[in-house]
Ligand binder design. Structure first.
Ligand code: AMP
Ligand code: ZN
Length: 113
């Protein structure tokens, strides 16, 4: 199901343009509009899921992670490495309530610790 007020649902429906890098029947991946590294792609399910804590969506969560690997190959960053991030909630800076992985790489990234 898609939500009419959700930005990512609008992208899925084609109501808002995106720079698509990968798509299959379950997943859409497109370039982040405000990249933090040379490669910064958002990977989203084609159904509106708000957060990671729903066991009924375990398949699609796995699909997102496996797709990230395929997309890293496609973008030629599999060998050089990459980071996958899920922001969850206010303190993490989550601004879109449609679950998404950030796939980031293409250059050395700052350590997170
Ligand atoms: P988050 O903070 O995890 O919710 O990340 C949301 C991400 O969506 C941010 O990195 C934004 O730059 C990105 N974003 C917002 N609007 C768009 C858009 N129209 N197309 C691509 N990326 C977007
Ligand atoms: Zn949505």
């Amino acid at each position: 199901m898609l939500f009419k007020d959700c930005l990512f649902c609008k992208i899925i429906k084609g109501q808002i343009p995106c720079c698509k890098v990968f798509e299959n029947e379950k997943i859409l991946a497109f370039k982040d509009i405000n990249p933090v590294a040379k490669v910064h792609v958002l990977i989203i399910p084609k159904i509106h899921i708000e957060n990671t804590g729903q066991r009924k969506h375990i398949d699609i969560l796995g699909e997102l992670l496996i797709s990230a690997e395929d997309i890293a190959h496609k973008l030629n960053i599999f060998e050089s490495g990459y980071r996958i991030i899920i922001n969850r909630g206010k303190d993490a800076g989550q601004i879109i309530d449609h679950i998404h992985l950030h796939l980031i790489g293409g250059e050395p990234l700052n350590p997170i610790n």
